[in-house]
Design a protein around this ligand. Sequence first.
Ligand SMILES: *[C@@H]1O[C@H](CO)[C@@H](O)[C@H](O)[C@H]1NC(C)=O
Length: 409
Amino acid sequence: MLAAMWSCITDFFTYETTKSVVVKSWTIGIINRVVQLLIITYFVGWVFLHEKAYQSRDTAIESSVMTKVKGFGIYDNRVMDVADYVTPTQGASVFCIITKIIPTENQIQGICPESENKFNCTEADSSKCKKGKAAANGIMTGNCVPYKNGKYTCEIRGWCEAEVDTIQTTPMPEVENFTIFIKNSIRFPTFNYTKGNFLPTITKEYIQRCNYDMVNNTYCPIFRVGDVVRYAQQNFSHIANKGGVIGIKIGWMCDLDKSDDKCNPEYSFTRLDAMSEKSPVSPGYNFRFAKYYKTDNGTDYRTLVKAYAIRFDVLVNGNAGKFDMIPTLINMVAAFTSVGVGTVLCDIILLNFLKGAEQYKAKKFEEVSDDFVHDSHSNGLCRSQLSLRNTDIIMKSSDSGAFSIEHYT
Ligand SMILES: *[C@@H]1O[C@H](CO)[C@@H](O)[C@H](O)[C@H]1NC(C)=O
C-alpha cells in the first residue's frame, strides 16, 4: 500500500515536455517562416504601432459646447439680428438658424374657414366636415362656409385666420455670411486631462479676423455658415430654401504619450438628415412657433411663424490613449501565442499536401497497441498518460534526442 502511494507521488512530481519532430524540408520550412513573419508583422505593425495596443484607452470623453452666431440679414425689409433668427437662444450645441419664415399675424381664438384644399366642400354637401374632428388648423364645427375666390371649406374653431403656408418666399441670402463661434472644452476623466479648442498659440487678434478653412486655418473656432454647408457637400440655396440638419463634428484623438500640442481638435462636417434630403414626402426641416400679445381689453392674439431653418448639431467625440503595463503584457502574450498558430497551418500542409506526407505522418504519430497497455500496467490508476510516452522506444525513432528519461515499470 505504502509502496503504491509512493509511486503515485513520484508520478506526480514530474515534468512533461513536448517532443518535437524536426522536418528538414525547404517547402514547409519557407511556409512556416513566412506565416510566422506575417503574424509577427501583423502584431507589430497593426496591433502595436497602428492600434496602439500598448496603451489603455479612455473613450468616455466629457465635453461642453457653447456656440454664438453673428451677422445681420435683411428679410422682408427688416434687419434681422441674432435674437430674431437663432433658436433656441442659449447657445447650446444644437441650434437653428432660421433662413425663411411664413408669418401669420393677428390670430385670435375664434371660428373661421379652413385654409387647406383637403377640406374643400360644397354648400349643398357638408358631409366632409365632421363635427368635433380635427382639420389642419383647428377643430371642425360641422358647417361648410365660403372661403376665398368663391370656394367653400369646412368651418373650424381655433386660431383664426387659418395659416396659409403655401406662399413662396425666398430665403435670407445673408445667412451664408453669418459666422458660428464654437467654444469646446473636453476632459478625459481616466487620465484627468483637459483641453479646449482654442490652441495656446491663438491670439486675440487672430480670433477676431479668422475664419475656419480646411487648409490654412484648421484651428480657427469661427465658421462661416456658407463654408460649413459647402464642406458638408450641400448646396446652400437648396438647404436654405427647404431647411436641413448639418453636423459639425469635433474629433479628439489624443495620444497622451506624445506632447500636449499634438492633442488637437479635428473638425468635420456632414449633413445629418440624409433621409429628408432625398425623401419627397417630408423634405427639409421646418417648425412653427408663436409670439403672443394681449389687446387692451385683455384678449390674447398671436403671430404664428412657420420657420425654415438650418439646424446645426455640434457633435464631440474622441478618445485618448496612454501607455499602460497591463494591456501591453496581455497583447504581448497574445502575440507570442499567435505565432504558434502557424504550426496548425503547417501541420495541415505537411500531413496532407506535401510529397512524402505518409512518412511524415508515421514520424509524427506513434501508435500504441491495446495489449501493450493491458499487460504492462495493472496498477495504472494514478498513472498519467505520460508513461505511455515510453513506447517511443518501440518506434525506433531516428531522432537523435534522448526521449526515455526513466522507466516507470
Ligand atoms: C458675403 O460676404 C462677401 C464678402 O464680404 C460679399 O462679397 C458677399 O456679397 C456677401 N454675401 C451675401 C449674400 O451677402
